[in-house]
Design a protein around this ligand. Structure first.
Ligand code: AMP
Length: 421
């Protein structure tokens, strides 16, 4: 299968050739023909599958077919994404794939001054990528009107719900015209996701690629049992190995991300952290440093890491195991992309033992254990109350998740209770 068999227009093909894309990925090959016909789509696909091009290409092609120019503040295509990073990346994809087309695109997201975004909107934007909070703010201020939307894409819908954006999404959808072409993407399927898709889509084609348990096959996974107070030493030890060139380290909280990054810096390891308490500029700086190779290690929380699209991540290290098994799959999927093999090391302390059990259930396999000098038999054999985190009055999972995402002042209701699995 080649791109030309998909009836992709010449300017888009030229851009793909320039980017070095030779063949469409499975989601592209399956989705693009339906989307060019104007059919609604429900796509179950994770980041890394090529899903962004699967919707950006047909949206651009169909927009170009009707030679219409967007009026100031009245976009023709809207892509909703849960995080700033993802929004910025999708916006960049519009620029890349549409480099030989005449159209305007922009991203609006929180955490940065709205001035430049408002100015871009006032010049007219055909394709707008937005996070829900900032989009609603700008709509309320009269800078954006969605009445002319022809294409609506909801990306990472499951993460959107996890972050408590259900109401915002509903409000945004109610401002869209009824007659539109709608696309919906989620990494996982659930009843809630199905219900939301049911409300947004009309007779959608359903395409599912790389089901969760198989996406991790190209990643070599190891579990390292260790006590919490030995995790730093274990991490420093691992990072001494020569082949750990570009390493993404995950922690469960923003505070722990900062703590780990500071331990690494003190040990002269080129590292930085990204999470929702950092300004957009700080995040961009860290991400660029990681991409360029200036940094060996990037420490991140789950939500900040969503949509990080960095090639050649050699290793993912789970300094903390995630409390949601799905996150493990997302995390390790950051390495071993596009046919390359990657390695994921996961630290498991006694109070994370149950998380490991959940992960092994989801991925349907036992993760091979790796021996090391800080090995803890206690962690390995923990059961009962020792195998889970000590109860806290408020675990605040949803709240921190929200803070990681689009910043918008004022409280926001979370959909699920703290620590829900
Ligand atoms: P995504 O799943 O949209 O985040 O895309 C994952 C990565 O795959 C991005 O770095 C894309 O630039 C890249 N990519 C997307 N489509 C193709 C393709 N057909 N051939 C090669 N790389 C691709």
């Amino acid at each position: 299968m080649q791109f030309e068999n998909l009836n992709i227009s010449e300017p888009l093909q030229r851009a793909l050739i320039k980017e070095g894309y030779k063949t469409p990925t499975p989601i592209q090959a399956e989705a693009i023909p339906h989307l060019l016909k104007g059919e609604d789509l429900m796509g179950i696909a994770q980041t890394g599958t090529g899903k962004t091009a699967a919707f950006v290409l047909p949206v651009l092609q169909r927009m170009a077919e009707k030679e219409k120019v967007a009026a100031p503040g009245v976009p023709r295509a809207l892509v909703l994404a849960p995080t700033r990073e993802l929004a910025a990346q999708i916006d960049a994809s519009f620029g890349t794939y549409g480099q030989f087309l005449r159209f305007r695109h922009a991203a609006v997201y929180g955490g940065v001054n709205q001035g430049p975004q408002v100015r871009a909107l006032s010049r007219g934007v055909d394709a707008l990528v937005a996070t829900p909070g900032r989009l609603l703010d700008l709509m309320e201020q009269g800078h954006i009107n969605l009445k002319e939307i022809e294409f609506f894409v909801l990306d990472e819908a499951d993460r959107m719900l996890d972050m408590g954006f259900a109401n915002d999404v509903r409000k945004i959808v109610s401002a869209l015209p009824k007659k539109r072409h709608s696309l919906f993407f989620a990494a996982t399927m659930s009843k809630e996701i199905g219900d939301l898709a049911g409300r947004l889509l009309i007779r959608p084609v359903r395409i599912e690629v790389a089901p969760q348990a198989t996406t991790v096959e190209s990643v070599e996974q190891r579990i390292l049992f260790v006590d919490q107070n030995k995790k730093d030493a274990l991490l420093l030890g691992l990072l001494q190995q020569k082949n750990l060139k570009r390493v993404l380290v995950f922690t469960r909280t923003k505070r722990r991300a900062d703590k780990v990054a500071s331990v690494l810096s003190k040990n002269r390891i080129r590292s930085d952290s990204i999470h929702g308490n950092k300004s957009q500029n700080q995040r961009t700086h860290a991400l660029n440093g990681f991409k360029s190779g200036r940094l060996q290690v990037l420490v991140a929380t789950d939500i900040a890491a969503r949509g990080i699209d960095v090639e050649d991540i050699s290793h993912v290290i789970n300094y903390d195991l995630p409390n949601e098994a799905e996150s493990y799959v997302h995390r390790i999927g950051r390495t071993g992309r596009a046919g390359a093999t990657g390695t994921a090391y996961s630290f498991c302390a006694a109070d994370e033992r149950n998380f490991l059990r959940d992960i092994e259930r989801l991925t349907r396999g036992k993760i091979e254990e790796m021996d090391h000098r800080y090995h803890s038999e206690y962690a390995k054999n923990a059961v009962g109350s020792a195998a889970k985190p000590a109860p806290k009055r408020s675990r605040g999972m949803s709240r921190s998740a929200r803070q990681e995402g689009v910043s918008r002042s004022g409280p926001r209701k979370a959909r699920r209770p703290a620590g829900h699995r």
